[in-house]
Design a protein around this ligand. Structure first.
Ligand code: FAD
Length: 358
């Protein structure tokens, strides 16, 4: 019997395991299986650590090691309103990282006392008197384990959330498609393209290690490939060099627009990170929320299990307020007239594009 079973070794689950590890019996289950280099396959992600994620790492006392970094580091955003052709460039610092290596590093920091099992997929959970039991699949066989608390850190499609809180409404899901393209010397900024004809969310480009990541959060439905093709055409028209595609990946991302989309858990099941619905509805940035909610849950569990839910609620108050602020940005960024006003007001606010040092 464990004190805590964590499902999901993304940034949220690995961080919680690291923080709880020294004092508790912890089992960390991850469905991904390590590849030949020992790396878990990367979750589709832009791999940008925004200032909030940098602050979260600072609060955790962590610095990002060199092998996790990708290049170039980014200091500028190019935001484009496609229908009007208005654009604005503004300074914002991102740490550009390799997502697989970020996850691997956070997992390496988990202390040896924690039992980490990869290649294990949660299949079912049952709550009993004084414990919760999970059933997980490994190499085709089923195993069970019990704990005082189960933590769902299993991302946007959380099985823990679905099974433990079937009546909790899920935030709307968007299909996030990304293509890695062979472009050396891509422009050293993060481009965000807003085009309602393509998506009610947005599209992006991120230069990474001599390649260009092109992505978009698209409505779920069969026409995503056509919408993605329209994004590529739009980017080409904006003068973005696209090279040839190397591979395409996709997954769902949640967009929490209502307080009820956030579910922290209750009883013997807690949720954190994207499983809890903690991800920015304006930009889909979620690593900071995963790190911060993991730290909040670790703090809430410090005095023991009784009363954890109230303490977790209190510890996540700043995080939830932050998400609310993010939500307030959505109408500004995603109503075409408001966005045009925003971009027009700042047309000369940004520095000229920096091409040096490419
Ligand atoms: C295309 C795209 C680009 C993004 N770009 C950025 C970005 O640049 N910056 C940023 O901050 N955020 C970005 N995000 C959001 C960010 O990736 C997530 O918010 C963040 O990874 C959430 O962390 P997490 O630990 O909560 O969950 P995840 O990172 O999703 O981790 C969940 C883990 O649970 C495991 N798992 C799931 N189900 C099971 C199961 N049944 N059994 C066992 N294990 C399971 C998964 O394999 C995974 O390892 C992006 C998202 C997408 C889709």
């Amino acid at each position: 019997v464990y004190d805590v079973i964590i499902v999901g070794a993304g940034p949220g689950g690995a961080t919680l395991a690291r923080l709880l590890g020294p004092g508790a019996r912890v089992l960390l289950l991850e469905r991904r299986r390590a590849g030949p280099a020992g790396l878990l396959p990367a979750k589709p992600c832009g791999g940008l650590l925004a200032p909030d994620a940098q602050r979260a790492l600072s609060a955790l006392g962590l610095g990002v090691p060199r092998e996790v970094l990708a290049g170039p580091q980014l200091f500028q955003v190019r935001a484009v309103d496609a229908p009007s052709g208005l654009e604005r460039r503004y300074p914002r610092s991102y740490l550009n990282v390799d997502r697989a290596r970020l996850d691997a590093w956070l997992l390496e920091l988990v202390p040896p006392g924690v039992e980490v099992r990869t290649g294990c997929r949660l299949r079912a959970l049952r709550t009993g008197p004084g414990h919760v039991e999970v059933v997980f699949e490994r190499e085709g066989g089923l195993s069970t384990a019990r704990a005082g608390l189960l933590v769902g850190a299993d991302g946007a499609l959380s099985r823990v959330r679905r099974d433990a809180f079937p009546r909790a409404p899920e935030a709307p899901a968007w299909l996030a498609l990304q293509e890695v393209r062979d472009v050396s010397g891509a422009d050293p900024w993060y481009t965000a393209v807003f085009d309602p004809a393509i998506t009610g969310f947005y599209g992006w480009t991120i230069p990474k290690d001599g390649r260009l990541v092109v992505g978009a959060a698209l409505p779920t439905g069969g026409d995503a490939p056509a919408r993605f093709a329209a994004l590529l055409a739009r980017l080409a028209a904006l003068g973005v060099a696209l090279g040839r595609p190397l591979h395409r990946e996709g997954t769902l991302v949640r967009r929490p627009l209502r307080a009820r989309h956030l579910v922290l858990g209750g009883g013997r099941v807690a949720l954190l990170g994207e499983a809890a619905g903690l991800v920015s509805p304006s930009s889909a940035e979620g690593i900071s929320f995963a790190l911060r909610s993991a730290a909040a849950l670790a703090r809430a569990l410090e005095p023991g299990l009784p009363g954890w839910r109230e303490r977790y609620g209190a510890a996540t108050r700043p995080l939830r307020a932050h998400l609310l602020l993010n939500r307030l940005k959505v109408p500004l960024m995603y109503r075409p007239w408001a966005r045009r006003l925003l971009l027009a007001s700042g047309l000369r606010a940004g520095p000229p594009p920096a091409r040096a040092g490419r």
